[in-house]
Design a protein around this ligand. Structure first.
Ligand SMILES: NC(=O)c1ccc[n+]([C@@H]2O[C@H](COP(=O)([O-])OP(=O)(O)OC[C@H]3O[C@@H](n4cnc5c(N)ncnc54)[C@H](O)[C@@H]3O)[C@@H](O)[C@H]2O)c1
Length: 258
């Protein structure tokens, strides 16, 4: 049990990578707080965590709103009295040509993917400082490393998350708070399925064709399972990675190696 008695907040835990991380953390002994805007799917994650023998609570929170993030952190302190790990995973994607992208689109993606990550970090810092340490894992993307067509705003936020994590690692190292990011490639989640649907409709081709294109991007020629990303998050959240801070781990099936 790599996270025995550790308290972890996981945002965006209702589906996909966040859900897989919640279940894995439960199996590894963590007590978790799961945050999301999707209450229905989050309740299903809570059931899965309970079935895995984990202790958890759900907090409905929109990470793009600082007041919600503050409340999420307060609820965690009320319930468990400490925070060892924060996984900033909540995110939204936007696949659109730049010239069709509206101001609202830009605001939405920046609010969730960039501001949401920042607010999470900001509000756990004083607690982790008081405790004498902690770990933050932020979920970025291959989009933060390479250019992807129709992903300018999304990729911009993910590049921002990588840079933010690095800067915070520098700022927080004196307080024994490690900060790292993970950059997944194509992962089989509702987000990627939605992406495929949008792109297929836009180009008037079948979803199967777009899926195959995504699969071809990586050297391994398949999508990752959310569980394969969760393993990386576990590594960065646990003491196994005690000498890693300010880093980014690509879990992309070799996508960016080419
Ligand atoms: N799936 C991929 O291929 C892929 C690739 C690279 C990076 N990522 C990143 O991984 C993370 C998880 O994505 P996923 O693929 O599991 O997608 P997903 O859509 O299954 O999960 C994202 C979760 O975030 C939640 N969320 C969205 N907006 C929120 C908000 N304002 N406040 C709180 N929760 C909110 C959603 O309800 C959902 O439960 C995201 O940051 C995403 O950008 C995904």
């Amino acid at each position: 049990m790599k996270l025995k008695n550790k308290v972890a907040i996981i945002t965006g835990a209702a589906t996909g990578i966040g859900r897989a991380t919640a279940v894995l953390f439960a199996k590894e002994g963590a007590k978790t707080v799961l945050a999301d805007v999707n209450v229905k799917e989050a309740n299903e994650t809570v059931n899965l965590v309970n079935n895995a023998g984990g202790e958890t609570i759900f907090v409905e929170a929109d990470v793009s709103k600082e007041a919600d993030v503050k409340r999420m952190v307060e609820k965690t302190m009320e319930k468990y009295g400490r925070i060892d790990i924060l996984v900033n995973n909540a995110g939204v994607v936007l696949v659109k040509p730049a010239e069709e992208t509206t101001e609202q689109d830009v605001d939405k993606v920046i609010s969730v993917n960039f501001k949401g990550v920042f607010f999470g970090c900001k509000h756990v810092i004083p607690i982790m400082k008081r405790q004498g340490g902690g770990v933050i894992v932020n979920i970025a993307s291959v989009s933060g490393h390479i250019g992807q067509v129709n992903h300018a705003v999304y990729g911009g936020t993910k590049g921002g998350v990588i840079a933010m994590s690095r800067a915070l690692a520098v700022e927080l190292a004196p307080f024994k708070i490690r900060v790292n990011s993970i950059s997944p490639g194509a992962v089989d989640t509702p987000m990627l399925r939605g992406d495929v649907k949008t792109e297929a409709a836009r180009r008037g081709v079948s979803e199967e064709e777009i899926k195959r294109e995504f699969e071809e991007q990586g050297l391994l020629k398949r999508w990752a399972k959310p569980e394969e990303i969760a393993q990386g998050i576990l590594y960065l959240a646990s003491d196994d990675s005690s000498y890693i801070t300010g880093g980014d781990i690509l879990i992309d099936g070799g996508w960016t190696a080419q």
